[in-house]
Design a protein around this ligand. Structure first.
Ligand code: RIB
Length: 296
């Protein structure tokens, strides 16, 4: 199984501060750090560090050199990454002293994906391969349609959640990985069991991976649920925790691991990410995950 990730690449401007600013408040921050990020890039790095063969497709714009560098240093194939004459997508991230974050995004280059780019990127993929998608790029609907026609399995992480997600044909997906906020947007409830009931009724074939933060996660396939507890770690920065989970989940599928093992490794990997600053640089390697699991 080859993994193609059609996704965003952002330059993250991360501000450490006492707490996330309230409307009307002005706050002086402690520190500014600039990291490679973007949900797509973070997920590709995570899947690659987990040991999978990853192909990234997307657009890099002006100022995005560090993004290409980190993808290639991690062995991600970049033949479907294009350069565009547009400001690279970037994120402004506030990280409070409790590790919680708040993000706003400028999509820039991430919204320059054309139909021709989609056709060309999907060319080398078919049945048995896995396409990862998130919601930080344009033309998502077209990508889903075309990948589905080719029989590619599609794994969607509907983040950030907005109206664009509601327009997608969820019946074309094989997997959906979502948190409680995204679950509420799609199903109308953030109560895990009710949310799973919704998917079981409306999309019985869809495999649902619901992440619940400190409460762990639950995976449902053909009505069978597998629960996983979270590992307790001190949160330094929660940025990219979900992306790490998604990347490790996809890598576990590509390796043919069983569900319990996939959930254990993805949960451990995202716990490590939470204990470090930044997005992509905080994603652990498979070796670090092994070590964490041995010592826990
Ligand atoms: O999920 C974390 C990512 O969301 C950050 O890296 C930022 O770029 C935003 O896209």
């Amino acid at each position: 199984m080859k993994i193609l990730n059609f996704g965003s690449c952002n330059v993250d401007h991360v501000y450490s501060m006492d707490h996330i600013v309230a409307p009307g408040e002005t706050q002086t921050t402690y520190k500014l750090e600039i990291f490679p990020g973007g949900k797509g890039l973070n997920q590709s790095i995570a899947a690659a560090r987990a040991g999978a063969a990853v192909y990234h497709a997307g657009c890099i714009g002006k100022g995005g050199e560090m993004l290409e560098k980190i993808l290639s240093e991690n062995g991600v194939d970049l033949s479907n990454v294009r350069h565009v004459d547009e400001q690279n997508g970037h994120a402004i991230i506030q990280v409070g002293s409790d590790g919680e974050n708040s993000i706003f995004l400028y999509p820039g280059s991430n919204e320059m994906i054309t139909e021709e780019h989609i056709n060309s990127a999907l060319e080398g993929f078919g049945k048995g391969d896995l396409l990862i998608l998130q919601n930080e790029i344009n033309n998502l609907e077209t990508i889903v349609e075309k990948a589905y026609e080719k029989g590619i399995s599609i794994l969607l992480n509907p983040a950030p959640f907005n109206e664009k997600i509601k327009a997608l044909k969820l019946s074309h997906l094989t997997y959906i990985i979502l948190n409680e906020t995204e679950a509420k947007g799609l199903t109308g409830t953030d109560e895990p069991e009710k949310c799973l009931d919704y998917f079981e009724t409306e999309y019985p074939e869809l495999r649902v991976m619901l992440t619940l933060g400190e409460k762990g996660s639950v995976y449902m396939e053909n009505g069978k649920k597998t629960y996983r507890e979270a590992f307790k770690v001190k949160a330094v920065d929660t940025t990219a925790a979900g992306d790490t989970f998604t990347g490790y989940f996809a890598a576990g599928l590509s390796e043919g691991l069983d569900t319990e093992e996939i959930l254990k490794r993805a949960t451990a990997a995202s716990a490590i990410t939470v204990s470090r600053m930044g997005a992509a640089p905080s994603v652990p390697t498979a070796k670090e995950v092994d070590c964490f699991l041995q010592n826990i």
